[in-house]
Design a protein around this ligand. Structure first.
Ligand code: ADP
Ligand code: MG
Length: 282
């Protein structure tokens, strides 16, 4: 009678297969993917074993960090991914550029401070909030992005379904909570209370970034109660960085520019046709 063969026996399983299994179990995908290539490079460069291992470790750590940043970005649920690289500070001179760049370094998040971006529609508040959120993910912080209306909706739904505590816990543990567009929709009394609780629970425990089209003295119109708004502002503005964005609307400026361009094009076209040139070069 023949004994069944041990499938893990190195005599019958190629070492590459075993190594692949071990690296998978140890969660070292970059090792698994790169070890043969790096072995050839190391042999070519006459690198010794420690150097060979060092190269693989470095690759694994770089790759792991990239995967972690990608995971944090996914979990943040950004409405879009925007960075400061595409933000034109010259178009928004009222905005304190050095403060924004300082905030992008993320120390305020470690200190559990707050940031409020104020200004009319189209001045880049959401863009800056998204960019600061992205920078936070890159610095290793967990982020949650939402709008005030969506957050209140989610809180009310969670309350109705008796899972408010779980949602509150999640909102408390995230390092940076971004609440965009406070001010467009007024809340019900219950909605206001629930949102107040979120801000209140995060006070000195986590960083919060709020954007609003309303100056502080009009926030009562959103929360309904003067007492609640006062208590909320008290907490939110205790350790706060204010970003004032009072310039022109970027959307409006862009569409005006486009209009001017198309107006210019129409003029050119009119001129060209009157000169008998049917296809004007724009
Ligand atoms: P807000 O949130 O203040 O209403 P947004 O951030 O949504 O404004 O800006 C509107 C659009 O204009 C977005 O597509 C945004 O990326 C763009 N935008 C606004 N300001 C700037 C700027 N200074 N540089 C580049 N893009 C901008
Ligand atoms: Mg916005």
């Amino acid at each position: 009678m023949t004994m069944p063969q041990d499938p893990t026996s190195p005599t019958i399983v190629a070492p590459q297969v075993l190594l692949g299994n071990h690296l998978k179990a140890l969660k070292l995908p970059t090792f698994a993917r790169e070890y043969e290539k790096v072995a050839m490079e190391s042999a070519r460069d006459s690198a010794d074993y420690p150097r060979y291992l060092l190269r693989l470790c470095e690759l694994e750590r770089i790759d792991r960090e990239r995967r972690n940043v990608e995971r944090r970005i996914r979990q943040a649920r950004f409405s879009q991914v925007k960075s400061l690289d595409t933000f034109d500070f010259a178009a928004q001179p009222s905005l304190n550029k050095s403060l924004v760049l300082e905030l992008a370094r993320g120390e305020w998040i470690e200190k559990r401070q707050n940031c409020i971006a104020l200004g009319p529609s189209g001045t880049g508040k959401t863009h800056v909030a998204l960019a600061l959120g992205l920078a936070a993910c890159q610095k290793g912080h967990s982020v949650a992005f939402t709008t005030a209306a969506a957050l209140v909706h989610e809180l009310m739904e969670a309350r109705d379904e008796r899972r408010l505590r779980a949602l509150q816990k999640h909102l408390n543990t995230v390092k940076l909570l971004i609440v965009d567009e406070l001010g467009y929709v007024p809340f019900t009394a219950v909605g206001s209370e629930l949102l107040f609780e979120v801000f209140s629970q995060r006070y000195e425990r986590g960083a919060t970034l709020v954007t609003s089209n309303l100056p502080f003295d009009e926030w009562t119109s959103v929360f309904g109660s003067e007492r609640l708004t006062g208590a909320l502002l008290d907490r939110l503005t205790h350790h706060v960085h204010i970003l004032e964005m009072n310039g022109d609307s970027f959307r409006l400026a862009a569409s005006k520019k486009a209009q001017r361009r198309s107006g210019h094009a129409a003029n050119l076209a009119a001129k060209a046709t009157s000169q008998g040139d049917v296809e004007p070069k724009l």
